[in-house]
Design a protein around this ligand. Structure first.
Ligand code: SAM
Length: 380
């Protein structure tokens, strides 16, 4: 496909998304209907669509309309390019610009939805503008070295055999930042053989901060695909890891992932007894991951957030009930919003004086990874 044809495709996909279709579904539908598109074309169209969604308000203002076409025109202007060179009407390129297109200004526009902006500003304080700005850009790809199978140096070398360049983060040597050829990852020898897992830096830092010791019983109460279980599995010998999720289908991939990683995770639909550590990685707005999932930023509503807050509060209390005296409870979200983070912990501690907070951290994209919150509580 020519660059102009890719822009036409992105316009078509974006118009579907703006009409209400989820981004992944709209991309899949375009892909299926466009057999002529090669893998490079698909990746390029996807990048155009996601770049536009990350900067939806400002690019629409620059382009002159909140439409696929307006977003593409605005995106080219924001990148310092002349849209007229691609909007030529030739071949499959979009029609040339009308006089009223591409003259807008994005001054003062934020790419955080208006209704969230006050919550965002209150939650992030003097970092609010910088984090909002960071959310306008693509996220780096991070890997976690599976210490059960490889050292960081070995993993870097095996990735290198597949021409994937990755460097360890000084804060956590098992976290590798991918510098080159990230699209080859899932086919690489290191990934297929469980030497590395895809996991963002911030949840890796959160898991590394957990008090995990030999032989401990650990409950991953909202296990989903098992990212947190797998991250702590290699941290100590003889761990008994129990994974639970209200929606067992979310754990479908966990046995396969655990096998690839060479670790044991027990799936339990109704965990009983007490645990040394319970992890509540609750469902949340995902506001910390909006670089990766920009569609979610525009889909989230006030009603969704309210519903999430009550689910989070209920899960925190249920997971707390499984912690033994002297044991720990780790409350986690991939959100940067105070109501989902410190707000939940404050309310919980107000209701249950049997717990106290011993550590708390909010990572943001300014730290290199996604926005992620950890509150580590201890049961007296
Ligand atoms: C943020 S995701 C978990 C991600 C996962 N821990 C990981 O690292 O891959 C939240 C999970 O909570 C689950 N969930 C929602 N409501 C729940 C509840 N009441 N009890 C337990 N799990 C719940 C969802 O099905 C979802 O899989």
């Amino acid at each position: 496909m020519t660059p102009g044809a890719r822009i036409s495709a992105a316009i078509e996909v974006l118009d579907r998304i703006l009409a209400g279709q989820p981004a992944e579904q709209a991309l899949l539908r375009w892909s299926r209907a466009s057999r002529f598109a090669g893998s490079g074309d698909r990746a390029a169209v996807r990048d155009l669509v996601f770049d536009a969604l990350r900067c939806r308000t400002s690019h629409a203002a620059l382009g002159g309309a909140l439409t696929g076409r307006g977003l593409m025109i605005g995106g080219l202007i924001a990148a310092g390019r002349d849209p007229g060179t691609l909007f030529t009407g030739e071949g499959h390129a979009p029609p040339p610009l009308a006089p009223d297109e591409g003259n807008g200004s994005a001054d003062g526009r934020s790419d955080i939805p208006d209704w969230i902006r006050p919550l965002w500003d209150r939650s992030l304080g003097d970092q609010a503008a910088a984090v909002a700005q960071a959310m306008r850009h693509r996220a780096p790809v991070w890997l976690r070295v599976n210490m059960v199978k490889a050292t960081p140096a070995e993993a870097v070398a095996v990735l290198g055999d597949d021409s994937i360049a990755a460097v360890p983060d000084p804060r956590l040597p098992t976290a590798l930042r991918v510098m080159e050829n990230e699209r080859r990852l899932t086919q690489s020898h290191a990934y297929r053989n469980g030497l590395v897992e895809l996991q963002d830096l911030s949840p890796q830092l959160a898991c590394a901060a957990l008090p995990v010791g030999p032989g401990m019983r650990v409950l991953d109460y909202c296990a989903g695909g098992g990212g947190k279980s797998l991250a702590i599995a290699g941290q100590a010998d003889g761990l008994i890891l129990v994974a639970h999720d209200a929606d067992p289908a979310r754990m479908r991939d966990l046995p396969r992932r655990a096998e690839r990683a060479g670790v044991k995770v027990h799936i339990d639909s109704s965990p009983s007894g007490s645990f040394d550590l319970a992890i509540a990685d609750v469902p949340c707005s995902g506001s910390g991951t909006w670089r990766r999932a920009p569609d979610a930023k525009w889909r989230l509503t006030d009603a969704d957030l309210c519903a999430l807050l009550s689910v989070q509060a209920a899960i925190l209390r249920k997971a707390a009930a499984r912690v033994r005296p002297g044991g720990h409870l780790a409350y986690m979200t991939c959100s940067v919003l105070d109501a989902e983070n410190d707000g939940q912990v404050r309310a919980f501690l107000g209701d249950d004086p049997g717990f106290s907070q011993m550590a708390r951290h909010l990572w943001t994209p300014l730290d290199g990874g996604d926005g992620f919150f950890l509150s580590l509580l201890v049961r007296r």
